[in-house]
Design a protein around this ligand. Sequence first.
Ligand code: NAP
Length: 509
Amino acid sequence: MTEHEHVRVAVIGSGFGGLGAAVRLRREGITDFVVLERAGTVGGTWRDNSYPGCACDVPSHLYSFSFAPNPDWPRTFSGQERIQEYLEGVADTFRLRPHIRFDSEVKQARWDSEKLWWELDTASGTLTADVVVSATGPLSDPKIPDIKGFDTFPGKVFHSARWDHDYDLRGKRVAMIGTGASAIQIVPAVQKEVGRLTLFQRTPPWVMPRADRNITRAERWLHRQLPFTTQARRGLLWGIRELQVQAFTKRPNELGMVEQLAKRNMHRAIKDPALRAKLTPDYRIGCKRILLSNAYYPALARPNVDVVASGLSEIRGNTLVAADGTEAEVDAIVFGTGFHVTDMPIAERVVGADGVSLAESWKGGMAALRGATAAGFPNFMTIIGPNTGLGNSSMILMIEAQLNYLADYMRQLTVLGGRVALTPRETAVAGWNNRVQDRMKRTVWNTGGCDSWYLDENGRNTTVWPGTTTEFRQATRRVDVGEYEVVRPPVEAASKKSRTKKKAEVSAA
Ligand code: NAP
């Protein structure tokens, strides 16, 4: 690479994490950066998930940036379109668009140990960057399970995160696979229009009522006129969730009381004892993400819906066969089967200092120092990295904490001066992860008796943060340079070594 473009920072992805990183870099006075986006618009998972009924189950005033409050959220739990609009607005308000390169999927990012920079090969060209911030998010690459006979299905198939809006579901026999946060929003949204809906439920979820309502014009007026009222509202939403954390992390038995509320939510809508039995979970609430819906159970009680209490295991032409042998003839299949979270495809494409990919290095389980930096990957930071997920609050709080860490990381590089990289010491990464895993032992995610996407194939919880957002914010306020090795270009490092040796010889003489 001779003539090429070089930037201080390359951010991958323009969802909440990537846009947040861009705002933060600019606030730090760094303008020499690009945001590499694989699609043609910003928004990340909120752009990709446009399925009917898609909304956020975290209240909007908390599920937004603290530095970009929106007094005009229309509902307490706003829908996908409004969240997407909000993100487009952030890109405009903070003048981020000149930095964003659309249609620029990163094919590979490779660390050059001589030059101390990242070489990025993207769909729109190559460039180098001192620092890479990977903000691709854990919920970006749809997962469709390997089902025997998949290719024999003659009908329409799509994933919840790749909804085909041109396909008309009216009157069709539709199979919904899965009962996660996406599926429980899709089911009530499509139930009225489809001919027949067959839900393949491998594990019943716990579903609580959702306190969703329009935010009144008076409230919005107040938030516009007196911005501190938006902050107060956000603070209250945050505080309540902080108080809930202990039950998830230390005293899962306390969650038993919440199960009663979820059961009541189900019993209100489901009168048939056989259906109630199918829909009753046998694990501790909170072990999987607690779902919120007022419409899911009423939809399941409708006569055009069948619940198959067993996972999809085989497809024979139009016939879908569940693991318990139940069969259903369908015209279309919607997979609400989640994402590649603990095996993110971007990890295959990032190659670190030893020529090893992040995916290989994480073969035994994802691990990063303070959820951000991985051993062997200098000047590479992940936003929403390992063990930064939340079971009950807003991921935007975690993203903003990580942005503080990024800002201080950039400051530390400036203080060190010259061509320099920081790479986390293996002992620091191991120490951090041992502490996280130790705390994880008592949490509901590990002890609640369920299997979930929080756990990797080895049963290790590498996704969730076992503490409050306050604790995480404190842990990521500053970069402790002692946790890092300072890397200099080989020539510079060698001459520094020889200068030191010479000095030692002179002083000895
Ligand atoms: P998910 O939570 O990973 O759920 C996947 C579902 O697919 C599970 O119910 C799983 O069953 C099921 N499944 C997998 N293979 C199956 C098979 N062969 N037959 C039947 N079912 C099968 O995925 P998701 O619903 O897309 O949600 C992922 C995450 O996205 C959520 O946890 C949440 O963090 C986020 N999300 C958030 C919102 C929001 O409102 N903020 C909305 C949507 C999504 P098992 O349970 O048995 O594994």
